[in-house]
Ligand binder design. Sequence first.
Ligand code: COA
Length: 325
Amino acid sequence: MIRAKILGTGRGLPERVVTNDDLAEFLDTSDTWIRERTGICQRRIAAKETLLELCEEAARQAMDQSGVEAGELDMIIAATLTADHPLPNLSSSLQRVLGADNAVCFDLSAACSGFIFALTTAQMYIQSGHAKKVLVLGGEILSKIMDWTDRSTCILFGDGAGAAVVGVSENEQGILAADLGSNGKKGSVLSLPGRPVENPFRPAEKGPEKCYVHMEGQEVFKFAVSQVPASIRKLLEESGKSIADVDCFVLHQANLRIIRSAAKRLKAPEEKFFINMERYGNTSAASVPIALDEGIRSGRIKKGDLIVLSGFGGGLTWGSMLVQM
Ligand code: COA
């Protein structure tokens, strides 16, 4: 069987660092509250960058690390909620700036699980022999869909992009298994309204003037702390692996308390969980690839390690993946 493998990773982050104290200058909040409830100390905010620029940086790093040239890519999949514009799609814009003329390009929307869904899609194309080299991205400028007067939501999020080049494995290493899921019945707990339909054949509807993320924090929290461990347990059981076999867990960086709770429920040592949310906050589809890239480049994740990637968020959606690096 053909197996897909992560050949290289990269990340692109805005320059502007925004601390909790910076937020407390215009919101009724404090560094202590945010740190204690979330583990977040600062985040990056796109004060001048576009999402395309952040993704291009991440993509170039991933291509450099993997030694793959733009012309070799036969697919680009970008997971995002916040493309700079709906048309052309982000992946085709990336194709243009990278010169990846042979790639088929499409965007994918699965909120904070987006990167895992995109990586699984790449895996399927590679395993079925329909693609050989795929660039997968998760990127968001969430700051443009935040209500900056809503202290219970805007303090959580940040902007950024992460990328991976996926190719054919030459050995037994690579993407071993994935578990994806969705629960549309619970979708309203994390939502973003769209523009109302306007056409000459329909009575005018009053829509929201600005479209912001709406979140029921405690409901999202409950979903995450039950669904993430369940998905990881299922993934490991089906793969014949145990918690002890896993060298590193790279979970979506939403909240330190969610990761601690997942570790406890899985009976896994907290030290096995990669954490960088204190510096970036929750970057939605970008959080798993940014963490993966930092884990690899810092030497925390090494060749041969068995790792679990796991994302969860709006939809509701979730996805976990077992990878032998
Ligand atoms: N600063 C200070 N106080 C704040 C605050 C802030 N930034 N945000 C909310 N509060 C207040 C609330 O108004 C409330 O005050 P009250 O008791 O006077 O009514 C109090 O803090 C407790 O609010 P609550 O919503 O119960 O806090 P919480 O412990 O549930 O923490 C979240 C809130 C958002 C941090 C938490 O629910 C969470 O992280 N949920 C998951 C969200 C998530 O991960 N989303 C993305 C998933 S992809």
